[in-house]
Design a protein around this ligand. Sequence first.
Ligand SMILES: [Fe+2]
Length: 140
Amino acid sequence: MGPFEWDHGYEVGIPVIDEQHRDLVSSISMAITQLSQENNPQELSPLLDGIAQHAGIHFKFEEDLMEAYADPRLQAHRDEHASLLPQLRRFKERNRAGVPSHKLEHVSAFLSIWLRTHINTQDRLLAAHLKRVGAKEAQA
Ligand SMILES: [Fe+2]
């Protein structure tokens, strides 16, 4: 199984969040597959920009939910979301500078670990909060 194939390990039990995670995982997967088949897989900037944009929209959605349902962990969760963007920027800079360890497979490994860890910690806590307060998004 590839690092960006959807599996149940990604599910947090909030349908709208699971659906957005599934979209995010599949768009990263498609971009990486496409780029790995191109002649110059070293040019990662458009891939990283696309991922940053897609992730940004999804992060905002989660943060709005946390605000709407007064999740006490909003700030910690928001900080973790915000930490991804400078990491993507650093990959871009190092890739442009020709640092060999910042190639596609490293970006792919980094992203899959980051996403899984984030979903299994912050996003699971958010899901638990939404269920606890009886949010309509928590209903199947
Ligand atoms: Fe999140």
